[in-house]
Design a protein. Structure first.
Length: 182
C-alpha cells in the first residue's frame, strides 16, 4: 500500500504534468475522449508502480511507454466488424502522396535552420512544449527561446516563400514552352 507521502508525490506530479501528458496521449489516439481515457488508464497503471520509479525525472518517459503499450493493447483487442457479402463495396483508396510530400518538404525546410533553431521549433511546435519547458529542456532562458523561435520562423517563412516563387516561375516557364511548341 502506498504511503500518504507517496500519494501526495504522485498527485503533485500529475497536477504539474497533466497537460503535457495529455498532449502526448492526443498524438497517440485521434479522438480527444479516447486520449483522456488513455491517459487515465496509464496513470492508474503507473500509480501502482510509482514507488519503483527511482528517478522521478524519467516519469514522463515511463508514462509515455505505458500509454503506447496501452494503446497497442486496445488496438489488438478491438472488435473487427467484418460482414461477408457477395458484392464488394466501392473502396476509395486514400492517396498518401500529398501527405508524404508535405512531410518531405517540412524536413527539407527544417534543414535550412541552425541546430539550435531547429531544436526550438521542434520542441515548441512539434512537441507542443511551453516556452518554459523548451527553455528548461535546452538549458537556455525563456527570452532566448522566444527570440530564437522568432528568428527561426522568419527564416522558415522566407525559405517557403522563395520555394513558392521558384515553383511559380518554373510553372510559368513550362506553360510558355507548351505555348511555343503548339
Amino acid at each position: 500500500m502506498a504511503s500518504s507521502g507517496q500519494v501526495l508525490d504522485f498527485e503533485e506530479y500529475v497536477r504539474n504534468r497533466q497537460d503535457a501528458l495529455l498532449r502526448s496521449a492526443r498524438r497517440l489516439v485521434p479522438d480527444p475522449i479516447d486520449a483522456q481515457d488513455l491517459l487515465q488508464t496509464a496513470l492508474v497503471r503507473t500509480y501502482g508502480r510509482w514507488e519503483g520509479i527511482a528517478d522521478k525525472s524519467l516519469a514522463d518517459a515511463y508514462l509515455r511507454r505505458v500509454m503506447i503499450n496501452t494503446r497497442t493493447e486496445w488496438w489488438r483487442a478491438r472488435k473487427l466488424d467484418e460482414v461477408p457479402t457477395e458484392q464488394l463495396p466501392d473502396a476509395s483508396v486514400e492517396d498518401g502522396t500529398e501527405q508524404h510530400a508535405d512531410r518531405a518538404l517540412l524536413m527539407d525546410v527544417l534543414a535550412v535552420l541552425a541546430p539550435k533553431q531547429r531544436s526550438v521549433v521542434v520542441l515548441r511546435h512539434w512537441e507542443q512544449m511551453s516556452t518554459e519547458e523548451t527553455a528548461e529542456a535546452l538549458g537556455m532562458s525563456t527570452g532566448t527561446v522566444k527570440s530564437t523561435l522568432h528568428r527561426a520562423l522568419a527564416r522558415l517563412r522566407q525559405e517557403l516563400e522563395s520555394r513558392d516563387l521558384d515553383f511559380h516561375a518554373l510553372e510559368r516557364n513550362e506553360r510558355g514552352r507548351e505555348r511555343c511548341a503548339a
